[in-house]
Design a protein around this ligand. Sequence first.
Ligand code: CO8
Length: 264
Amino acid sequence: MEDLRYAACEGLLVSGPQDGVLEIRLDRPAARNALSTPLLRGIVGLLDVAEADDAVRCVVLTGGDKVFAAGADLAEMAAKDMQAVLVEERPHLFAAIARFPKSIVGAVCGYALGGGCELVMHADIIVAGESAQFGQPEINLGIIPGAGGTQRLTRAVGKSLAMKLVLSGEFIDAAEARAAGLVAEVVADEACIARAHELAGKIASRAPLAVRLAKESVLQSFETPLSAGLAIERRNFVVLAGTEDRNEGVRAFLEKRKPVWKGR
Ligand code: CO8
């Protein structure tokens, strides 16, 4: 029976959760998966349910074959003046996605542009199909990235390449994105979603508290100086030493069997 908590809103297709993995697919092909505010609200609503649902351990976020997402909805943006942009909801929606504590694997085929690139940079791991193209073409519209592109892209690929994308509006392909560290793997387009699910399934089969604190620790490396990041890692390592799952993991290894996680 369909799980009504995951009933998708318009523009999103949802499948699962199955074996710990929930798939959210952007599906507004007529607008090239443009990220309207209702669409972003829909994603955040699904993540809110997923956060509280023990049956979800990892989320796969994907789009279409030709376009992951073409960025902010330009029809919506055209109607907003400075005051409307100042008070809009979108920054809060992106912040909610950034706060999602479970893991997200992005699967990108085709264009991930502007807000689309920024959205998928909220994923912990990106798997790209060979057709993937990443870009921040806002400069062509007389604006700049507004959902973290100048910050997350720079942290992912370094200053010079980030400047090239943000200042010129040029795109990079999957191979260049892989070489620069924006994506973890490049596979054939047909294999992209399956590979993302394979990784998500592995993450879903790991101890949930360890996955959560590992994600938090890695993300803190972007927020803190090294000494503070090391202190956060140490604190999380100590916290995990007090969990039932850590005892089970070590015992299962010594007894040469698979661990059974309780998430405690
Ligand atoms: N918003 C709304 N509609 C779009 C968008 C978009 N971003 N992109 C495409 N569409 C629509 C087109 O208007 C067109 O509609 P129609 O059929 O009614 O004329 C339809 O989709 C098809 O478009 P194309 O003919 O251009 O499709 P192609 O397959 O030839 O090209 C591309 C696909 C390359 C993706 C192309 O559509 C394109 O370049 N799109 C715009 C990309 C872009 O400039 N993105 C940046 C947008 S700005 C942004 O993302 C800022 C984020 C800030 C977030 C702030 C949060 C706080």
